[in-house]
Design a protein around this ligand. Structure first.
Ligand code: ZN
Length: 179
């Protein structure tokens, strides 16, 4: 195990662990996790070992089976639910992880809940409550939603036979209007 300088506190107490895992229908992935013993800073990410193309995956969540579809989200991937107008975008604090569709909905719910604490306006609060309700319905398989996952580096994927996969052209990367 390596010990590196922590980006948060600057001490050499950052433990870095890397593992390689084989994911069926995707290939080998590198899992990286960092943890600082001094300040408890945490970071995780996933990368494809093989060179991949910029891709966009789309999955319609229609029933409970779709909730179990595996999702690889690298820090370079953007996850969007167009029906709800919510997005999880890459950024400095962006984490990479492997989960399933339900796990994505749960993370989205956490983001909505965190925002609810900060929001004071009644209208915004109502909208956040509505989002939370819809995410809950989707988690019970009672609301049809679409999950769009775009990754210009090709490190992310939705692993379901139902998921539609297409290549992202360079021009379209970053264009949020493009689905
Ligand atoms: Zn630290």
């Amino acid at each position: 195990m390596e010990r590196l300088k922590c980006p948060a506190c600057g001490k050499e107490t950052l433990k870095l662990t890397t593992t390689i895992q084989t994911i069926p229908y995707f290939g080998e992935i590198l899992l990286l996790s960092a943890y600082c013993e001094n300040c408890k800073f945490k970071h995780s990410d996933v990368f494809s070992v093989e060179q991949k193309e910029p891709t966009c995956y789309t999955l319609t969540i229609e029933d409970e089976k779709d909730l179990n579809a595996r999702v690889i989200r690298s820090s370079s991937g953007t996850i969007e639910i167009p029906e709800l107008g919510i997005k999880m975008e890459p950024g400095p604090a962006s984490q990479g992880f492997i989960t399933n569709v339900e796990g994505i909905l749960l993370r989205m719910e956490e983001i909505v809940k965190a925002q609810k604490i900060l929001v004071k306006e009644k209208k915004k609060l109502e909208r956040l409550n509505e989002l939370e309700q819809k995410l809950n319905l989707a988690m019970e398989g009672r609301l049809k939603l679409t999950i769009v996952l775009k990754d210009p580096l090709g490190n992310s994927a939705i692993l379901s036979r139902k998921a539609k996969k297409r290549k992202l052209s360079k021009k379209r990367i970053g264009d949020s209007q493009n689905r």
